[in-house]
Design a protein around this ligand. Structure first.
Ligand code: NAD
Ligand code: MG
Length: 398
């Protein structure tokens, strides 16, 4: 029996890497449904190769996709649209595994639908968990979903924790002799830039990550260190710990993907060449292991590993994220929404690099925090934070 896989965000960097692994293991996995927002031509090529039963696109692109599929004589693929389509495939009874790899808040409801349907959910879409942390984790527990981290750091932490760690009942304190989590960060392309240099960096420079090839949004997040901030929040939820048990360590080589420290003085690290195919394969097959094309680490080439503390003056986004997690409630959703708006504005040359964190800080100050009681309230707060951030962006533009 093959496992039937649904890939949300199939044309993205994580989506593509997922296909690469599935292709290597046709006896284990089949592609049941795929979803993307744009790059329709690419989507047609994927349909040709993998013959999924469903494809989900925005309704504005559905006719174009239908025509292209027809022109290629590809039949028997049903086209679904928008959020309703994403949710339908994520919770479809014939789906075993959902790869949640949409970027940003757009992935929240489909990811939650997969969790509520009790699927094995491979979580790349960290923004969904940042926004809805407690609700998402509780839903996983209530519906018996297996929420497995694909983010390389969280996957590394998961590998360094005791096998049954996710199942243990926890109350914000680490269990099973775990003392602390060391969340590693490459430091991004501007690690050694001065404040003066950071003032004028461009989107093209920000998207050139030294070690990883990723989508634009996460590349900018890596450059501001907001990515590490989002990951700090992600780690607190996934492993049920308070934020002061997570220490961020800058490790420019990206060979150690994160570490777990134990009370007896042991530190366990997971290492490997920086390639997302490793954590994707791990989450797909866990607790088994499957082959990938990723070459094993050659310690003679990577003979030097450096570590340093993050600089919160030049990279204030990390501080803002930690504060948002400390504040709790809706603050992480406000942080995330404002950041999505600010990053999009930076990519369109509307605001400068350093203004990204200023927009986020402004939004956190302006939007009322409170308990994250429901998904509706979280989404409402997300919209409000986007409005506040947009106004700030317009002021900065003029
Ligand atoms: P990407 O920009 O390369 O791809 C995003 C995918 O989401 C595309 O298929 C796009 O069509 C789809 N999408 C975008 N907006 C959508 C919408 N409104 N509705 C439906 N689909 C939409 O991004 P990526 O780098 O693959 O990252 C995806 C997620 O994985 C992000 O949350 C990111 O933080 C996380 N992640 C990525 C990496 C990486 O190495 N790329 C590593 C860890 C975590
Ligand atoms: Mg990561």
């Amino acid at each position: 029996m093959t496992q039937s896989v649904c890939i949300l965000g199939v044309t993205g960097s994580i989506g593509r890497s997922t296909l690469k692994i599935l292709e290597q293991h046709p006896e284990k996995y089949s592609v049941f449904a795929i979803a993307a927002y744009s790059r329709i031509q690419e989507l047609v090529e994927i349909c040709k190769q993998y013959h999924p039963r469903y494809v989900v696109v925005p309704s504005a692109r559905a006719d174009e996709l239908a025509q292209l599929l027809k022109a290629q004589n590809i039949q028997d693929i049903e086209i679904l649209t928008d959020q309703a389509g994403l949710i339908a495939v994520a919770e479809h009874p014939d789906v075993d595994v959902v790869m949640a790899a949409i970027v940003g808040a757009a992935g929240l409801l489909p990811t939650l639908a997969a969790v509520r349907a009790g699927k094995r959910v491979l979580l790349a879409n960290k923004e969904a968990l940042v926004m809805s942390g407690d609700i998402m984790m509780q839903a996983a527990k209530d519906h018996g979903a297996l929420l497995l981290p694909v983010d390389s750091e969280h996957n590394a932490i998961f590998q360094c924790l005791p096998e049954d760690y996710l199942q243990i009942e926890k109350k914000g304190e680490p269990e099973s002799g775990v003392a602390q989590i060391l969340l590693t960060a490459s430091g991004g392309p501007f690690l050694n830039y001065s404040m003066e240099q950071l003032k004028t960096v461009t989107p093209v420079q920000a998207c050139q990550h030294p070690n990883w090839s990723m989508g634009q949004k996460i590349s900018v997040d890596s450059a501001t260190l907001m990515n590490k901030g989002l990951e700090l929040i992600e780690a607190c939820h996934l492993f049920s710990i308070k934020e002061h048990f997570v220490t961020v360590v800058v490790h420019p080589q990206s060979i150690i993907h994160s570490m777990v420290q134990y009370v007896d003085g042991s530190t366990l690290a997971q290492m490997g060449n920086p390639d997302m195919c490793t954590p994707i394969a791990h989450a797909l097959a866990w607790p088994e292991r499957i082959h990938t094309h990723v070459p094993p680490l050659n310690p003679f080439i990577h003979s030097r590993l450096d570590f340093q503390e993050p600089d919160l003056i030049r990279f204030p986004a990390l501080k803002l994220a930690r504060q948002a997690m400390q504040a709790g409630g809706l603050a992480p959703a406000i942080l995330n929404a404002a950041n999505e708006m600010a990053v999009a504005a930076f990519l369109q040359d509307k605001v400068s690099f350093l203004e990204i964190s200023q927009i986020v800080e402004h939004s956190l100050n302006q939007v009322q925090n409170g308990p994250a009681e429901s998904i509706e309230l979280i989404l409402q707060t997300d919209r409000l934070a986007r409005q506040v951030a947009s106004q700030r962006i317009m002021q900065l533009e003029s």
